[in-house]
Design a protein around this ligand. Structure first.
Ligand code: PMP
Length: 406
């Protein structure tokens, strides 16, 4: 992978921050955008802007073609069976909430089990807590091993005949753990449960194939995969989406409206009430073209190499703890002994290096790790070893600044 030429395509990376060349290591929060995506948004608004699915005029037809063309790109990208299984949403959080409202609240009853893990992002915990309160269902957590991995034995012993839903992340945004979704889906299905997967940290980085994984629902966000903010996807198997209730009612999603009752459009539009996120979807389509041009296999390989390099370099820093297993996605979560992660991130920022500090929307996982917060460096296709070297130098500065307490 030619990282130098990839970096050229990301205008934002070529700036000084606090007097230093920017090193952006916060792509797990949101990725930067290549010119192709920025230009697709500009071109849409400059040349084609119009509402979709209604106008017979030329701009309306163009906007509709581009919007539905983006759905087609998503379908191919994740290898869904049909475009009817691709619902555009505002992001992962909205997609997961749609399943919690439209499916869990409709079909779960008292005593049914919803199985989660303690490594979930808040977006994949709270919708299920609320659905459980509403229906009387019970939440259960698959226990993790010491390094944050979950074993298939633990999965088998947690999922029972009473389990109706399993909600799990594909890749942890804190530990970098990659969960064996295909195997977990099989265990869930053997017990008659459905599986909902949080793909926010997987789809941007690795090839994800709905036919192979055999998930029932799969959610992800455009802004973490070089696309714009405000667009995401809920994939769902057609038969489940047919059964599921819409959660937003109004224009665009209806077939026939009477004074006292109405009927819905067919899939996928019954879930897209109101004027949809037209520019966002088109921008996501451009992001998919860009990522496919580079190749998802190349991207994950590059990021994992960087993570290994980082792990090696950081393990040479005295008093630095890395959380999570050796085998990880392209992110490293750590703490420097005696320095609060917010202080670490502040010193790094003064050196032009952007990392995330805090609980990473995973408070139960922080509790499990027995910390209140951590720092996290997360990589994407535009990062290289020079970025890691700058991080290491920055961390040495943080230690000096705080008087190297060791
Ligand atoms: N799940 C995971 C694992 C995430 O990392 C994130 C984003 N931090 C989300 C869900 C939520 O994504 P969004 O804010 O785009 O809805």
């Amino acid at each position: 992978m030619d990282v130098k030429s990839i970096r050229e395509q990301f205008p934002i990376l070529h700036q000084q921050v606090n007097g230093h060349p920017l090193v952006y290591l916060d792509s797990a929060a949101t990725s930067q955008k290549p010119v192709q995506v920025i230009e697709s948004l500009e071109s849409y608004y400059r040349n084609h802007n119009s509402n979709v699915h209604r106008g017979v005029h030329t701009l309306g037809t163009r906007a509709t073609d581009q919007y539905e063309g983006a759905r087609d790109k998503v379908k191919t990208f994740i290898n869904a069976d049909s475009t009817q299984e691709v619902i555009f949403t505002r992001g992962t959080t909205t997609a997961l909430n749609m399943v919690a409202y439209g499916y869990a609240r409709q079909f779960l009853k008292e005593g049914d089990e919803i199985v989660l893990t303690e490594m979930e992002h808040h977006s994949n915990i709270i919708p299920w807590q609320q659905a459980a309160k509403y229906t009387g269902a019970i939440l259960k957590y698959i226990p993790m091993e010491e390094n944050g991995i979950i074993s298939l034995d633990a999965v088998r012993s947690t999922i029972t005949k009473n389990t109706k839903m399993v909600a799990i992340t594909h890749v942890s945004n804190v530990l970098g753990v990659i969960n064996p979704i295909k195997e977990i889906a099989e265990i869930a299905h053997n017990q008659g449960a459905i599986i909902v997967v949080d793909g926010a940290q997987s789809v941007p980085h690795m090839k994800v194939d709905m036919q192979e994984l055999n998930c029932d629902f799969y959610a992800f966000s455009g802004h973490k995969m070089c696309g714009p903010t405000g667009i995401g996807v809920l994939y769902g198997k057609k038969d489940l989406l047919e059964k599921m209730e819409p959660v937003e009612f109004g224009g665009e999603m209806i077939d026939f409206v009477g004074l006292y009752d109405s009927t819905w459009k067919e899939l996928p539009w019954k879930f897209e009430g109101g004027t949809p996120i037209i520019a966002g979807a088109i921008g996501l389509g451009a992001a998919i073209d860009f990522l496919q041009g580079i190749g998802l296999d190349n991207i994950i390989e590059h990021e994992q190499q960087l993570a290994h390099y980082t792990q090696k370099k950081l393990s040479e820093i005295q008093g630095l703890t890395i959380y999570g297993p050796e085998e990880r996605s392209g992110l490293i979560t750590f703490n420097v002994q005696g320095i609060h992660p917010h202080d670490t991130a502040t010193v790094l920022d003064s050196e032009g290096i952007a990392v995330r500090a805090g609980h990473h929307c995973a408070q139960p996982l922080m509790k499990w790790l027995d910390v209140t917060a951590t720092a996290r460096a997360s990589f994407y296709l535009y990062n290289d070893e020079n970025d890691v070297d700058r991080l290491v130098e920055g961390l040495q500065k943080a230690k000096e600044y705080f008087g190297d307490v060791f």
